[in-house]
Design a protein around this ligand. Structure first.
Ligand code: TYD
Length: 211
């Protein structure tokens, strides 16, 4: 089941405004509090090169960015992240927590943009060197609630948030489909309720993986 005999690779997924980033942070803090070595990463972004790619992807001024260019940039950032940060950390026995990974591309570009799952799977094969999360926690929230929360953040990184509600609904449906297809790896968690309440549910999923 595990990608490596030493570290553990845990990813967080979910619609915009689901609260997954808060959960990723809370989990990292809890693990560190227990003396576990943790690497936190986020996509698109992660490495300094990934951060530069993130700026292109999320700048609302970049309206002309085509769906395929968007997909390739997501994977460019991911390839850099896998090689430079994630694989070395796993080899050192760290628990790597990534806020989004390939499942986001399945949901947003494969389903949301309609580029198809097969295209995303093919790029994953090239970019990720066979790396698959040991466990993925998908914090689930309906699209309207999620987007309202995300809008409340007042962030300037809004190019994807600004897409039509239909785009976001397709992405959410794809997450549900992933949960059906890969029930052992991909776990949906209800994102309603307090951050602490959701974190308790996240911990129930994580604890068996790291003992
Ligand atoms: P993120 O920084 O996680 O923002 P949020 O906390 O609002 O979810 O992600 C930024 C946006 O990038 C988000 O709208 C999802 C999108 N995204 C993709 O479309 N494909 C991808 O492969 C990734 C990693 C993110």
């Amino acid at each position: 089941m595990f990608t490596t005999s030493r570290g553990r690779f845990i990813t967080f997924e979910g619609p915009d405004g689901s609260g997954k980033s808060t959960q990723a942070r809370m989990l990292a803090e809890r693990l560190r509090g227990e003396g576990r070595p943790v690497l936190e990463s986020a996509e698109p972004g992660g490495t300094p090169i990934g951060q530069q790619i993130r700026r292109i992807l999320l700048d609302p001024a970049n309206r002309e960015l085509t769906p395929i260019a968007e997909l390739l940039l997501m994977f460019a950032a991911r390839a850099q992240n896998v090689e430079q940060w994630i694989l070395p950390a796993l080899a050192q026995g760290k628990i790597v927590i990534s806020d989004r990974f390939t499942d986001s591309s399945v949901a947003y570009q494969g389903a949301g943009r309609g580029l198809g799952w097969e295209t995303v799977v093919e790029l994953d094969r090239i970019a990720c060197q066979g790396l698959v999360p040991d466990l993925t926690i998908c914090v689930d929230i309906d699209s309207e609630t999620g987007l309202a929360r995300a809008a409340g953040r007042g962030s300037s990184e809004t190019r994807l948030e600004e897409q039509a509600i239909e785009f976001h609904r397709k992405a959410r449906d794809a997450y549900h489909e992933l949960a059906r297809r890969e029930p052992r790896r991909f776990h949906l968690i209800d994102g309603r309720g307090t951050p602490e309440g959701v974190a308790a549910k996240v911990w129930e999923e994580i604890a068996p993986l790291i003992t």
